[in-house]
Design a protein around this ligand. Structure first.
Ligand SMILES: *Cc1c(COP(=O)(O)O)cnc(C)c1O
Length: 232
């Protein structure tokens, strides 16, 4: 899969360049490879090229892939980043390392109850609706502090930070606006005493804007694996 290896390299270079422009250490930006809709073999190839963190959106698809890649489990970090219904939380609590898409307290409470004894805490981010559309999931910015404090008190979860999926925007300046809003909210929550270290923002089309505004984890699918085909 020469394209995949080349793409992965190109994405790493985009991160490094954006970090340089921002005056940041490129190692302060983690790369999450979003493998939804792509086969386990592609994940295996990216893993062989040194990629360790992978993001999935759909529970059933993800579980099939985790099974196919069970031999790599110790060296892969699995991140759940899609909308999560309350009747689908159990396998996510049992098998993932991270969940970025906590959009209500109830989901966090279920994940906390269902996280098995003996596993490390499940790392979680609160998804925030920074673009304000009714259709987008995520807590409203004004609700985020209450939700975050409640989650931080759950013993089997470890609240790491905030996640957003801003609306597409044309220019990098426009792209920076919602990313900046998420970072300012992150700074306020930290100032209020929450020990957050993760700002999960930036996708294939707005990676640079996100890194300029302080992203510590970018979630990149298309630019690594290619265009997604949802027909099957
Ligand atoms: C699909 C997806 C991504 C990756 O998007 P690309 O534009 O393909 O890079 C990132 N985050 C979330 C939450 C996604 O659902």
């Amino acid at each position: 899969m020469p394209d995949l290896i080349h793409n992965l390299d190109a994405v790493r270079q985009r991160i490094a360049l954006a970090a340089q422009v921002a005056g940041r250490d490129p190692r302060s930006v983690a790369l999450l490879a979003v493998s939804k809709t792509f086969p386990a073999e592609d994940v295996r190839a990216a893993h062989a090229a040194g990629q360790r963190a992978f993001g999935e959106n759909y529970v059933q698809e993800a579980l099939t892939k985790l099974d196919a890649l069970a031999d790599l489990r110790e060296s892969i970090e699995w991140h759940f980043i899609g909308p999560l219904q309350s009747n689908k939380t159990r396998p996510v609590a049992e098998r993932f390392d991270w969940v970025h898409s906590i959009d209500r307290l109830k989901i966090a409470q279920r994940l906390a109850e269902q996280r098995p004894d003996g596993m490390p805490p499940l790392n979680v981010c609160v998804q925030v609706n920074v673009s304000g559309e009714a259709s987008k999931s995520g807590v409203l910015p004004e609700e985020a502090a209450d939700v975050a404090h409640a989650i931080a008190a759950l013993p089997t979860l470890r609240l790491r930070g905030l996640m957003a999926i801003p609306e597409p925007a044309g220019s990098i300046e426009q792209q920076r606006v919602p990313h900046r809003a998420l970072r300012e909210l992150f700074d306020r929550l930290r100032a209020a005493g929450l020990e957050l270290d993760t700002l999960s923002m930036g996708m294939s089309d707005d990676l640079e804007a996100a890194v300029l505004e302080g992203a510590t984890m970018v979630r990149i699918g298309t630019a690594i694996f290619g265009a997604r085909d949802y027909s099957n």
